[in-house]
Design a protein around this ligand. Structure first.
Ligand code: HEM
Ligand code: HEM
Length: 218
């Protein structure tokens, strides 16, 4: 039977994240730093949104519903069953890794400079050695993000092709096929409105940081 697992805000978050991470890479390679910065700020707001949504959002989007001990993730990888809807115990850790890496990339970007014409808004707020070090992390983290995203895509392909579990369709439609009855994720218009308010708050927070607070520093 079909069950609503991913609420619309979680799905919209995911596809925006995927699109914007791709766009951040392309704009960096093209030296289009106006757009690279804007996209980076949007990603910062998105990750902040997901962290809060992981606490207040509908049941399967909550960290408490899918994050479990690493030993359970290892047991799952060795074949232990996991019949519950939502992220599996191993996937949960890749979700956390992706969020942490993208979040770290957006934060280090604020301190990064290309030493020619583009400097993040907090570049002058710290000692030049510190900014240099954070910039190096920004360039190094690029490789980590690429590696984890490739692993992510390999896992999604493996589930679809080998295990015949349509997890990709679930991230598009929100519905997953489940064997036993389970409560659906709440996904009504009130929940969606709440998500929009939260996202707007995160966007305003980033705008305040970049446009109001950062210029008062350094
Ligand atoms: C998650 C968001 C971000 C991603 C995925 C990302 C990714 C990248 C990548 C792939 C590069 C190219 C590194 C290279 O080819 O050497 C780069 C460079 C750069 N990024 Fe970001 N970035 C993000 C956010 C930001 C933000 C928010 C800012 C500043 C507001 C920023 C500022 C810069 C600068 C100044 C460079 C040039 C570094 C150099 O020339 O050495 N980035 N970024
Ligand atoms: C076209 C490329 C992509 C596809 C097809 C894809 C597919 C998926 C699928 C099917 C899931 C659900 C996994 C599950 O059922 O447990 C998922 C979750 C996730 N993916 Fe992707 N993904 C893509 C790109 C990306 C990128 C580029 C990122 C970030 C760098 C990313 C980050 C995440 C995160 C954070 C989650 C957890 C979603 C949440 O709970 O909020 N994905 N992805």
């Amino acid at each position: 039977m079909k069950l609503r697992v991913w609420d619309l805000p979680t799905r919209a978050f995911h596809w925006s994240l995927a699109l914007l991470v791709g766009a951040a890479f392309v704009t960096a390679k093209l030296d289009a730093y106006d757009w690279h910065f804007r996209i980076g700020y949007a990603l910062l707001a998105l990750v902040a949104f997901r962290l809060v949504w992981g606490i207040v959002g509908p049941r399967y989007a909550r960290f408490a519903s899918f994050v479990s001990a690493p030993s359970r993730a290892l047991a799952y990888l060795r074949g232990a069953p996991h019949p519950a809807p939502g992220h599996n115990p191993a996937g949960a850790w890749s979700v956390l890794a992706l969020l942490a890496l993208v979040g770290a990339q957006a934060v280090t970007g604020l301190f990064t400079s290309d030493d020619v014409m583009a400097s993040g808004p907090l570049y002058d707020a710290v000692a030049s050695g510190t900014a240099e070090w954070l910039g190096r992390l920004h360039r190094l983290n690029e490789k980590l993000i690429l590696a984890v995203v490739l692993l992510h895509l390999a896992a999604v392909t493996f589930y679809g092709r080998v295990k015949r579990q349509p997890i990709l369709e679930a991230m598009v439609t929100g519905d997953a096929e489940v064997a036993a009855a389970a409560p659906p994720a709440r996904d009504d218009w009130l929940v969606r409105l709440g998500a929009l308010v939260l996202l707007t708050g995160c966007g305003l927070g980033v705008w305040w940081l970049v446009e109001i607070w950062a210029p008062t520093l350094g």
